[in-house]
Design a protein around this ligand. Structure first.
Ligand SMILES: *Cc1c(COP(=O)(O)O)cnc(C)c1O
Length: 420
């Protein structure tokens, strides 16, 4: 069984104070991860990974800025203290990155002067139509993507993201005819630690930059930095220095060809927060189906959807409720409470249920799902009318409530029974 980020004592204290299930974040881990990426000129947090206001505020205090992919994320960024508005030299604190504007988003962009990273020519036209005359960034689809999962592929002819590389010139003309300059070039392909692939991505950035010339101020490497989810990967972290070196060289080459310096941004979601949190649940039933042992817990895929959605792996540990030593490890399947057969935390891509070696445990013990800080709470739903779980921040030795458990009233507050 893998080591937990938090001591048993802290887990028990969290359960006693807030009940289960709950998310528990570690401030120090987030601070450390931001610090590790400070070699980049700008660390831009992709807040969709974990948009809690306290987490955003912490990220801001660490000196990072944010990305917003919706109207709601712009509002969150503003509430967490990030500012709209642009000046030529300053880095925009909030960048709106998307392939479309919905009506709410374009209104907020205009009102708060939010810098936009456009993923379609239509967005440029709509900015112009809304009377916005600002500098923009262009998100590039270089014609290829990375990764095997269709759900996570962010480039190539079947990807909806970004402007197709051969259309950059048209976008540039459209922008200029409306009084806007393309000052940033962005790519989010997610090569992760595949450095051979990454150098292809860097080449695509060099090629694209040739169309933009001297107005270019910043290039963004996007996100996609991986973290080790499996115990066997823990000694094989991404080499941040090597990752930076490849991008830094790209930046220098482009700077040289356009004749002035350029800023280099990185835009991680997962990397900054994934390892900072656990999801704590209580074991509510221990049962056997034929020879298979099941631990059934009070958290489901409405809380953490990654295993059901992508077959993602999360390490699991167990904390006894009463301080006793846990029994010998055995094969167990961990599943949740939802009326849905896919509500299983131990599954592989394609929905194949597998077992995990876990200590003998009993009802009332606590089951801890590790590395759930990214796309954990952020992807929760109210499916089965289950309420959003509370979020707790472990900060300077103290547990601080950063989101309360949703109430039943809140769950239904926008619904009406109409007279029929
Ligand atoms: C999701 C996303 C990211 C962050 O991706 P991670 O894999 O979490 O690092 C960065 N940039 C954009 C535009 C995104 O959509």
């Amino acid at each position: 069984m893998s080591d937990c980020l938090f001591s048993d004592k802290i887990i028990r204290e969290g359960v006693a104070n807030y009940g289960t299930p709950f998310w528990l974040y570690d401030q120090a881990t987030i601070e450390k991860r931001v610090q590790e990426l400070k070699c980049f000129d700008v660390v831009r947090f992709a807040q969709k990974a974990c948009p809690n206001l306290s987490i955003l505020s912490l990220i801001r205090k660490c000196g990072a800025v944010v990305d917003a992919v919706s109207a709601g994320e712009i509002v969150r960024a503003l509430r967490a203290g990030f500012k709209g508005g642009e000046s030529d030299k300053q880095v925009p604190q909030i960048v709106y990155t998307a392939d479309i504007f919905d009506r709410d988003a374009i209104e907020l962009v205009k009102k708060h002067k939010i810098h936009v990273n456009v993923g379609s020519a239509d967005m440029i036209q709509q900015l112009a139509d809304a009377g916005v005359r600002s500098n923009i960034t262009l998100r590039l689809n270089p014609g290829f993507g990375h990764g095997h999962s269709q759900k996570t592929n962010t480039g190539g002819p079947l990807s909806k993201h970004g402007v197709w590389y051969s259309q950059i010139k048209d976008c540039l003309k459209l922008a200029q005819s409306n009084g806007m300059w393309i000052t940033g070039l962005h790519m989010h392909i997610g090569s992760g630690s595949d450095f051979e692939h990454l150098s292809k991505v860097c080449d695509a950035m060099r090629d694209a930059s040739r169309h933009l010339g001297s107005h270019l101020r910043v290039i963004s490497a996007g996100g996609g930095l991986p973290i080790p989810y499996k115990e066997t990967e823990k000694n094989n972290r991404i080499d941040v220095k090597a990752y930076y070196d490849l991008w830094n060289k790209t930046r220098k080459d482009i700077a040289q060809s356009i004749g002035h310096d350029l800023a280099l941004e990185v835009e991680p979601g997962r990397y900054l927060v994934a390892e900072s949190a656990v999801l704590v649940a209580e074991i509510r039933a221990v049962k056997k189906q034929a020879d298979n042992l099941f631990y059934l817990v009070d958290a489901g895929f409405n809380d953490l959807v990654r295993p059901s959605f992508y077959g993602s792996y999360h390490a699991i540990s167990i904390v006894s409720s009463d301080g006793r030593n846990l029994g010998e490890a055995q094969d167990a399947i961990v599943a949740g409470p939802l009326c849905e057969s896919g509500d299983v935390f131990t599954q592989e891509e394609g929905g194949f249920v597998v077992s995990r070696k876990l200590p003998e445990a009993k009802v009332g013990d606590f089951l801890v799902l590790h590395d759930t800080g990214a796309y954990g709470s952020a992807m929760s739903s109210n499916y089965n009318s289950r309420r959003y779980a509370p979020e707790i921040l472990f900060s300077n030795g103290e547990l601080k409530l950063i989101r309360e458990r949703q109430t039943f009233d809140q769950l239904m507050e926008n619904e009406k029974i109409v007279t029929l």
